[in-house]
Design a binder for this molecule. Structure first.
Ligand SMILES: Nc1ncnc2c1ncn2[C@@H]1O[C@H](COP(=O)(O)OP(=O)(O)O)[C@@H](O)[C@H]1O
Ligand SMILES: [Mg+2]
Length: 555
């Protein structure tokens, strides 16, 4: 704007200077011509008064002033006197306009331009009393030579004026623009800073639009934060890519699932984030306009990845990639598969032995004295089957997340006492003493699950104890929590097995399993119950010294 105003002011200044110069030259030249004409007329009339018939050309010659030229011409055009030239050489002047006018009207004027001399000659002719015509003439500069003569002066002056124009236009422009710039600097207080009244409607519109833009920006910011919050708190990984597979947006989960390295991936190619072949394959298919998905394995995580092209108004504007962590799902699938195989195996073993003994008895192969023994074995194995099936049912019930927990205030001390009495026979058989210490404490829990939990722990503590061993069940409060612990002085669990004993069908010593009569499911039932009650389990065991399992219930 400044440049434009300046340029226009320069242009106006320049054109004004040129036009003024031309007009003034013409006006002055006009005045000058009039002055020359007036002077010539005065001279002519003055000379005519002094002119007598007797006077001769010498009189004129003596009186000639400056560059004034005097000619006497007869009415027929013949030159009788000329102050500057030889009369005999001169041609007839009868056709000169000033002479014709003088003959007809008593006086005449004319101006003629000589291109060879580049000047104008002014003529004034006057009819004398004796009938001759007196003509005075004077040469002056033509307008062109006059103009060229003063040109350096004009150019000099014009330059000075033009420079003044430049300075003035700069100052003026600044004066016009500065208030507008101040307005622009403080859009908030636009109406208080109005530079010119003409700008009031303009300022109002700007203010309105500014407010509108601010509101829109605030709204967009809020929306952006909302989306950011959602994506950041999503456990699924989300990546948005442009058509060149450069990352536009990536949430924390995606970074965690794919690389674990906190880096700024925005603007970088997907390869910079992950070189996983399957992931890049589905992204390439999405880039070709096809939705696809794949299971990918990154470090120790199983991920399910989906890649889709994103369209806006029928044009593909980018790609979206969603990553789901299915590690747990995969792992529980694996556990379930192994469990099914194990269950079949565990059920088959006692059934096969039952079938075998029953066959021997049925076909009379068994001796009479062995029949009781065989019947005992069948009884034992059928019992074992029942135990197994009961445990499997319990586990599958615990596995069902839809099951109602039926929570109530349960006194752990009381349950421990009941458990001790129901296990007293087997404890006596193993020569193990049982003791419950502590005091009554209630936890919010499922009663039968608590019975199952304490029973399993006590059962193990007796089962894996040594003769004249001891089992202590403690129920106490610590800070905000209720603690239940079952401690024995038994065989203990070797370090390398400690992390695995909670797995289904896991037992430290397979050969002893049958002898001890366990199912290998007790501790996995315990683990499930503890998880469902949001409690914490700690195992502390040393081989040959004993085992202590502590469960902390949060209040
Ligand atoms: N108190 C304990 N002392 C020593 N070993 C134990 C104890 N409790 C559990 N174990 C070991 O952990 C394994 C798994 O226990 P559990 O799941 O209850 O199965 P089960 O008792 O039917 O064998 C047992 O086979 C045993 O080897
Ligand atoms: Mg057990």
């Amino acid at each position: 704007m400044k440049k434009k105003i300046n340029f226009h002011l320069y242009l106006i200044g320049g054109v004004s200077i040129i036009l003024t110069t031309i007009f003034i030259t013409f006006i002055f030249y006009g005045l000058f011509q009039q002055q020359v004409k007036r002077d010539l007329k005065n001279y002519g009339q003055l000379l005519a008064q002094n002119y007598t018939l007797s006077s001769n050309s010498i009189m004129f010659k003596e009186k000639v002033m400056g560059d004034l030229r005097i000619t006497i011409v007869k009415q027929n055009g013949e030159v009788v006197f000329e102050s500057y030239a030889d009369v005999s050489q001169m041609d007839n002047h009868g056709n000169r306009p000033e002479i014709i006018d003088a003959v007809n009207r008593g006086e005449g004027n004319s101006v003629r331009y000589s291109s060879t001399l580049e000047n104008d000659t002014f003529y004034y002719a006057l009819l004398l009393k004796d009938g001759n015509i007196l003509r005075v003439s004077k040469q002056t500069h033509s307008i062109m030579t006059l103009f060229l003569g003063i040109l350096p002066l004009v150019v000099g002056l014009a330059t000075i004026i033009f420079l003044l124009c430049l300075i003035l236009s700069q100052v003026l422009t600044r004066r016009i623009i500065t208030p507008i710039e101040k307005m622009a600097e403080n859009i908030e207080a636009l109406e208080e800073n109005i530079a010119y009244d003409e700008l009031i409607p303009f300022a109002r519109t700007i203010k309105m639009q500014n407010n509108h833009i601010l509101k829109q920006m605030e709204y967009l910011e809020q929306e952006k934060n909302k989306i950011q919050m959602i994506t950041d708190n999503m456990s699924e990984g989300l990546i948005l890519l442009n058509n060149d597979k450069n990352i536009l947006t990536i949430n924390n989960s995606a970074i965690y699932l794919l690389s674990e390295k906190e880096k700024d991936y925005i603007g970088k190619n997907i390869l910079y984030l992950s070189r996983n072949e399957q992931l890049n394959n589905i992204i390439n298919s999405a880039a070709d306009g096809e939705s696809s998905s794949a299971y990918i394995f990154v470090e120790d995580k199983h991920l399910e990845a989906f890649a889709n092209p994103v369209y806006y108004k029928e044009n593909m504007v980018g790609l979206m990639c969603l990553l789901l962590d299915v590690t747990e799902k995969k792992e529980s699938e694996k556990i379930r598969r192994e469990f099914t195989a194990n269950v079949s195996h565990e059920l088959k073993t006692p059934l096969t032995s039952i079938l075998g003994y029953a066959w021997l008895i049925k076909n009379g192969v068994a001796k009479q004295e062995d029949i009781k023994n065989f019947a005992d074995r069948i009884h034992h194995d059928a019992n074992r089957l029942i135990l197994l099936i009961n445990d499997i049912i319990k586990l599958s019930e615990l596995d069902d997340p839809r099951k109602d927990m039926n929570l109530e205030g349960v006194d752990l001390y009381e349950i421990a006492k009941e458990c001790v009495s129901s296990l007293s026979v087997s404890a006596q058989n193993k020569e193990v003493s049982l003791e419950v210490v502590g005091e009554s404490h209630k936890v919010i829990a499922n009663r039968s699950m608590m019975e199952e939990l304490i029973y399993n722990l006590c059962d193990n503590a007796i089962r894996y104890n040594k003769p004249s061993g001891k089992v202590t069940i403690t129920v106490k409060a610590e800070k905000e929590n209720i603690i239940l612990s079952v401690e024995d002085t038994g065989i203990g669990i070797p370090k390398e097995h400690q992390s695995r004993i909670f797995e289904r069908f896991y037992c430290v010593d397979k050969s002893r399993l049958k002898a001890t009569g366990g199912t290998g499911l007790g501790l996995s039932i315990v683990k499930h119950i503890v998880q469902q009650h949001n409690a914490k389990l700690v195992l502390d065991s040393a081989v040959n010294l004993g085992t202590k399992i502590t469960i902390t219930f949060m209040k």
